[in-house]
Design a protein around this ligand. Sequence first.
Ligand SMILES: NC(=O)C1=CN([C@@H]2O[C@H](COP(=O)(O)OP(=O)(O)OC[C@H]3O[C@@H](n4cnc5c(N)ncnc54)[C@H](OP(=O)(O)O)[C@@H]3O)[C@@H](O)[C@H]2O)C=CC1
Ligand SMILES: O=C1O[C@H](COP(=O)(O)O)[C@@H](O)[C@H](O)[C@H]1O
Length: 491
Amino acid sequence: MANTITARCDIMLFGALGDLAQRKLFPAFYQLERGGLIADGSRILALARRELDTAGLRKLLLERLEQSIKPEEFDRSVAEAFLQRVEYQILEFHDKEGFGVLNGWRDEQNSQLIVYLASPPSIYGVIARNLHSASCCTEKTRVVVEKPVGHDLESSRVINDELAEVYNENQLFRIDHYLGKETVQNLIALRFANNLFASQWDQNHISHVEITVAESVGIEGRWGYFDRAGQIRDMVQNHLLQLLCLIAMDPPSDLSADSLRDEKVKVLKALRTITPDMMETCVVRGQYTAGTSVGKPVPGYLEEEGANRRSQTETFVALKVEIDNWRWSGVPFYIRTGKRLPEKLSQIIIHFKPAPHYIFDPDQKHLANNKLIIRLQPDEGMALKILTKDQGLHKGMRLRQGPLELTFSETFEIGRIPDAYERLLWEIMKGNQYLFVRRDEVEHAWRWVDRIIQNWSDGGDPPKRYAAGTWGPVAAIAMITRDGRSWYEDA
Ligand SMILES: NC(=O)C1=CN([C@@H]2O[C@H](COP(=O)(O)OP(=O)(O)OC[C@H]3O[C@@H](n4cnc5c(N)ncnc54)[C@H](OP(=O)(O)O)[C@@H]3O)[C@@H](O)[C@H]2O)C=CC1
Ligand SMILES: O=C1O[C@H](COP(=O)(O)O)[C@@H](O)[C@H](O)[C@H]1O
């Protein structure tokens, strides 16, 4: 991050005792403080309904920061200085009158107010209205909204309408934390700063694209939330479609928020609708059974704590996605994501077409396409697999595939890679919307995903089982094999 300090701001954090605030937001604020990136005088009002006071919250946060921040990054004096910015206020978010106290807290020198809604999405509208009636917000207020925005297109419209009654679109910062990951932003640099790739980035040169976002974790005690969502709402509707958009979009004319978002929306609008007759060949859903995770035995989804044993919620999805436009006509995007897969791995593979005329050993023809492997996490970097002559007199003109390798941590002196939330909070404080999702993006993504969910509920097959610790149901392998391809495995 360039060392730019943000303007002084007041931040109201709704849901400050919740999982997200405690596990992600406060540690991210701490890191920004450590980097000297929060302006003097900026303050945070932590809002929740639990009985607590400012001293109690500061004590709690200090303990949690000490536990969660790596020892070499934890500096007690920085943490204590940060906690001086934080105050606690009990508030029931439905209590309109109670919002009166918020005005008294505002510091007139801090012209910028940020409202962070780390609460259930169903009460975003209530909070927005109560803030408005308490005259807490001005046209300069920025409002941060967590994912998921709704459960489907209809409910997301309701939430977006409620927010729009009080705020303009340019005040709304809808979070998709994947956009805060350095390596995801790097997709923009890779594509639009390197003319080498720009000229190759279409159906003339690319045969297909793979996107894998694999998690080794299960649902981590979040059964209640996850079972209503499933992997398609939890991961595909947002993170995977955002990745797909960044790979597939046309070059924006500049880096402004709307230029980027206009191009992403065009991709979402061009996604081919998955109709019932395409479900068998283009969609696989799975649910994990007992198995192992990172060497340890783990229960199946239906045996997790709090589980409804008849649930048909998917913990794995694989899709074959077509984009109906000139650039991508005939280039399938195979995407897959799941819980309890063998490892945490997010990567994108661009498979280039082979040269038009092949002159080498026919037995090696399968090697004849270049691949660009973009590793988002872990081991952030990329590799371009290219063909060379195998070394040695007796090898003749045998081919060999090898990588042009760029591992960020080895090539650049990058130190620690900031967590996505650090970047996002910092951009919010600066008022830059380019890493946040616009209303039409959310709604187009829901429209496309809703159709798949509808097909499932109209009588699709139940989820296919896969053992924890494997790469999902065999049907996901069959889906890509039918097209004469396979999921990339680093050899
Ligand atoms: N946790 C995560 O990793 C992620 C979360 N999100 C999103 O972030 C948001 C928050 O999630 P998460 O932190 O997990 O949820 P939690 O349920 O852990 O936290 C929600 C917080 O809001 C408070 N709250 C809820 N209703 C009211 C109310 N009427 N009045 C006052 N306080 C209230 C809760 O208080 P109480 O404890 O008293 O109920 C709690 O402090 C959600 O929109 C979620 O989808 C998005 C991505 C990841
Ligand atoms: O939004 C979510 O993302 C996490 C995965 O995020 P990552 O940064 O660890 O890759 C996922 O586990 C969670 O279910 C989902 O809500």
